[in-house]
Design a protein around this ligand. Structure first.
Ligand code: FES
Length: 171
């Protein structure tokens, strides 16, 4: 782990949440809110989080695993602080979406569905973000970046890297 103190704090926050979230007779309702909380805290659902949840609710880990893999919202692998969704839908594709994707791969040195080693960026593809008129587009943590060029991609990524470097040196 990159920051063990931060990881420890996250784990404590999760355990505290679990201890206050035992709803006798309502295991399934409790399970969903616990899994949402785990993903909110850790950014993904770890095996450890599933085991802790299983102990607290008294339900098998296999059942929890089934729920986690059923819902697309949940992810089993750690994701970066910035999740970049590049659009490869038809409108974006014809306007150079593939070129944008390749530029992102180049800048980040990762492939699709991968996360950078410093845990800053995760790269994924989407097949229409609902703003085709602004193609080609990508979304970073819910914010849309429109009419992209490879130059804009470089600027956006370097802007985020600078922002992170500044927050590390301040904090
Ligand atoms: S195809 Fe990219 S936003 Fe619709």
């Amino acid at each position: 782990m990159i920051n063990t103190a931060a990881e420890k704090r996250k784990k404590e926050e999760f355990i505290e949440y679990l201890e206050n979230r035992y709803d006798e007779g309502y295991h399934n309702a409790a399970l969903m809110s616990i899994l949402h909380k785990a993903q909110e805290i850790f950014g993904y659902i770890s095996t450890e989080a599933m085991e802790e949840t299983s102990k607290h609710l008294g339900i098998p880990t296999a059942h929890i695993w089934g729920v986690v893999t059923f819902y697309h919202y949940f992810t089993l692998t750690p994701r970066g602080k910035y999740v970049i969704s590049v659009c490869l839908g038809t409108a974006c594709y014809v306007k150079g979406g593939k070129r944008i994707l390749n530029k992102l791969k180049d800048e980040l040195k990762i492939g699709l569905d991968e996360t950078t080693e410093d845990m800053l960026f995760t790269l994924e593809a989407k097949y229409c973000l609902g703003c085709c008129g602004l193609a080609p587009v990508m979304m970073i943590n819910g914010e849309v970046y429109e009419k992209l060029t490879t130059k804009k991609v470089t600027e956006i990524i370097s802007g985020l890297r600078k922002k992170e470097a500044a927050s590390v040196s301040v904090g």
